[in-house]
Design a protein around this ligand. Structure first.
Ligand code: DCP
Ligand code: MG
Length: 414
């Protein structure tokens, strides 16, 4: 009988992620203290001679916080979540750049795709970190995953121009601790034998799952390091931290963690919404509203199709000029992902709302998501039991005409 391979779990975390993505765009800032945070108005300005003028932190006034910063800025004591005004006192000459989530999401996808080509078993943990199961990656068992981790770092750099830190360990808990040990550009192998020397001296807070409150309570008992927690009597931990958390604290401090890599998670809902520049009225602004509503439905359809889902339930969310909120939904007989079908269903929800007040915000939400392969996306939608809307005729393709924004006789109060 073949012996089950030893578990080799890697944790990969991008270095100064948002800041590093910005440096790809503005390479002349490399080596400088750069802080990401604040609003769009601090976009660098292109001068006539092609050079750029960047905003510095010096004159920052406002309540913005540091989203992240380069390691050069960290040398001044700046860190994530610090107020920008405080950061300005520490490093007035640091460059301030606005956040651009779309760009970071793009690079997030790129680095994850690069990793998947080498090691397909990944658990997505957010925009800049993943767990990777290397146990069955060819050759990984021969050198505790060292060559595989090197290959992953190279592939990420090749695909994005960005550096990351990786640790390989027997489980997720140790891998997560390990990836921080040699940041930036780290490659760390952490075995059970290293726990006493490399893990126990660290602050208890370094364990993912010991948050600020738990750390404070532990410190109140004189337990500051992971080693302190490991040395504590397990019965005492259970008595003071509860059976479940106490037992977990004991196991975690000893580097024990059996959690599997979760390679797949289904989204519960996908939605799109927009807040208007000025409040809009269903009758007076019907053309503008109609176009925006259609656009939202098209974008939602795009999101669904890109992610490979169809929606059984469509809903709308409205916020009026008096900030009152209303939502309605409709469950369809068959799941849909086509823009027309989504607009028809969402439009039927709209008909069930009193639209006499001006609107501030409108949103469309898809729930009851099923993999698109199981749904007949070309089918016209048929409202099910919960739908108060009338069923559109399957042969009618001019789905827009049913909507209040388009109806000439509409008095706005539908
Ligand atoms: N982030 C955020 N708010 C925070 C912390 C982080 O929006 N309080 C964002 C910005 C980071 C990204 O998430 O670039 C990843 O977070 P990390 O904690 O991994 O921080 P960095 O990648 O910036 O730096 P490091 O090199 O320490 O991983
Ligand atoms: Mg990071």
């Amino acid at each position: 009988m073949p012996i089950a391979p030893r578990r080799l779990i890697a944790h990969l975390d991008m270095d100064a992620f948002y800041a590093s993505v910005e440096l790809l765009r503005y390479p002349e800032l490399r080596g400088q203290a750069v802080v990401i945070g604040g609003g769009r108005e601090r976009q660098p300005m292109l001068r006539h001679d092609g050079t750029r003028r960047y905003a510095s932190l010096r004159h920052y006034v406002g309540r913005g916080v540091v989203t992240t910063c380069t390691y050069e800025a960290r040398a001044f004591g700046i860190h994530s979540a610090m107020g920008l005004m405080k950061a300005a006192r520490l490093a007035p000459d640091a460059v301030l750049l606005p956040v651009d989530f779309d760009e970071y999401r793009l690079y997030s996808r790129r680095f994850k795709d690069a990793v998947k080509r080498i090691a397909p078993q990944i658990e997505d943990r957010g925009i800049d970190e993943i767990y990777i199961d290397l146990s069955e990656v060819p050759g990984a068992q021969n050198d505790a995953g060292a060559a595989a981790a090197r290959a992953l770092k190279d592939a990420v750099f090749e695909a994005t121009g960005l550096r990351c830190s990786i640790a390989v360990a027997p489980n997720k808990l140790l891998a997560k601790i390990g990836s921080e040990l040699d940041k930036p550009d780290g490659l760390t192998l952490l075995a059970e034998a290293d726990i006493t020397t490399r893990v126990w001296p660290l602050a208890a807070r370094k364990v993912n799952g010991i948050g600020p409150k738990a750390a404070e309570k532990l410190a109140g008992f004189g337990l500051h390091t992971i080693g302190d927690v490991a040395a504590a009597d397990p019965h005492w931990l259970l008595a003071n931290f509860g059976r479940s958390y106490g037992a977990w604290l004991h196991a975690a401090a000893h580097g024990r963690d059996e959690r599997a890599i979760v390679t797949h998670s289904e989204p519960k809902s996908i939605s799109r919404e927009t807040t208007f520049e000025r409040d809009l009225h269903a009758v007076h602004d019907r053309h503008a509203l109609s176009a925006l509503f259609t656009q939202l439905c098209e974008r939602l359809a795009g999101d669904l199709q890109r992610k490979g889902y169809a929606a059984q339930t469509l809903g709308i969310k409205l916020r009026f000029d008096d900030f009152k909120r209303v939502s309605r939904d409709v469950t369809l007989a068959a799941p849909v992902d086509a823009p027309q079908a989504i607009r028809t269903a969402a439009g039927s929800c709209l008909k069930r709302v009193d639209l006499s007040r001006r609107l501030r915000l409108i949103g469309v939400r898809a729930t009851g998501l099923v993999p698109a392969a199981r749904a007949a996306s070309a089918e016209p939608p048929t409202p099910g039991d919960r739908g108060a809307a009338k069923s559109p005729s399957p042969t009618r393709h001019k789905w827009q005409v049913d909507l209040p924004f388009f109806s000439a006789s509409d008095d706005g109060a539908v």
